[in-house]
Design a protein around this ligand. Structure first.
Ligand code: SF4
Length: 353
């Protein structure tokens, strides 16, 4: 098993993505408030921790908490927009501190699309520079991407760019848009793709990666839209392997322990041979249309066999009690930063498509 915990280090950010599912809050972390969460993950037998945000590199104690997590035996990862990681010294410092794997987030290699989604220009060059800096520092690299209306038709174009210009990136992760949280919830019609919009380009992208020996995962896409690559569905893998996920949200939600990976199913799912291993349609936020689902008739046994045949990184969970550790706290500094981010978003938020 490879259970991974998510620790939101900060919730402020220097980008202004219109569909951000975790925008700014008044909650803040100190090293001590993060340390107890790391201890909890280590005690449970988690394989690793993903330091995320907001933009985690904006927290001054990021190297310190990364080093501490590594000392506790966790595999330390970070999700970043790349703005600070582009600095070679910073990348080297993080690697020296204990970060082992970095997910750099890029939505589109088309500069105008990326700038529109980020709400700020010049981010693409920084993300590309971050890949080069992190690679030079010896960090393992993934490219992460949220699928939205704006990039759904050219996921394969994005992959081709990375194969040509950053061939050392070996793993890619797609998350279909979550229309239920944060800013996306208020603008879901603007950002939520139709499944039909992403099907062809996702298939081309995954085929390209498979042909070139890369690995990949896809979350929140029903298997009928990626049936040839069902083994790469995050939900399917979690269902088959019985894995869980803890997310320490730096907001009122606090800690969420996710053990169920099934979303919603329609009548079309009843005859579908993949029903027992499919996460179905991501239902929260009601951004997607159940009428887009259609049954498929392929063997689920071969998919299960393939997933279980892959080597596992971690061991079993040794404590499955609900976590009961406070996640950060609201401070005057947190309130000030929250207000400042709201003003900045109003000035610089993403422009309409
Ligand atoms: S029809 Fe339903 S069960 Fe079958 S692949 Fe699509 S969402 Fe999954």
């Amino acid at each position: 098993m490879a259970n991974l915990g998510y620790l939101q280090v900060v919730r402020h950010c220097n980008h202004f993505c219109g569909f951000c599912s975790n925008p700014s809050t008044p909650f803040v972390h100190t090293f001590e408030t993060m340390r107890v969460l790391v201890d909890d993950l280590a005690r449970r037998g988690y394989f690793g921790v993903i330091l995320t945000g907001g933009e985690p590199t904006l927290h001054p104690d990021l190297p310190k908490i990364a080093g501490y997590a590594r000392q506790q035996g966790l595999h330390v990862r970070m999700i970043t927009n790349g703005s600070r990681l582009a600095e070679p010294d910073f990348a080297r410092d993080l690697a020296a501190a204990g970060v082992e794997l970095v997910h750099v987030s890029v939505y589109s290699v088309r500069p105008e699309v990326e700038a529109r989604l980020r709400g700020v220009s010049g981010t693409l060059e920084r993300a590309f520079a971050a890949l080069d800096s992190a690679h030079a520092a010896g960090l393992e690299l993934n490219v992460n991407s949220v699928i939205s209306r704006d990039n759904a038709d050219h996921l394969d174009e994005n992959v081709r760019w990375f194969l040509d210009h950053h061939p050392y990136v070996r793993h890619f992760v797609w998350n279909n848009l979550d229309p239920s949280m944060g800013r996306a919830e208020h603008d879901k019609a603007r950002f939520t793709p139709r499944l039909a919009d992403l099907e062809l380009s996702l298939h081309r992208a995954l085929s390209l990666l498979q042909e070139t020996g890369r690995t990949f995962r896809v979350e929140k896409v029903p298997l009928c839209y990626m049936a040839d690559f069902a083994w790469a569905s995050t939900e399917t893998r979690k269902i088959v392997k019985g894995e869980e996920r803890i997310v320490h949200f730096l907001d009122e939600k606090q800690t969420v322990r996710q053990t169920a990976w099934e979303h919603v199913y329609s009548e079309a799912c009843q005859p579908c041979t993949l029903r027992s291993i499919c996460g179905g349609l991501f239902d929260r936020g009601e951004g997607y249309d159940p009428a887009e689902l259609h049954p498929v008739f392929v063997s689920s046994g071969a998919i299960v066999k393939r997933i279980l045949a892959e080597p596992d990184d971690g061991g079993p969970i040794v404590d499955d009690s609900p976590p009961d550790v406070p996640v950060g706290r609201i401070t005057a500094e947190g309130e000030r930063r929250f207000a400042a981010q709201a003003r900045a978003l109003a000035r610089r938020g993403p422009k309409p498509a």
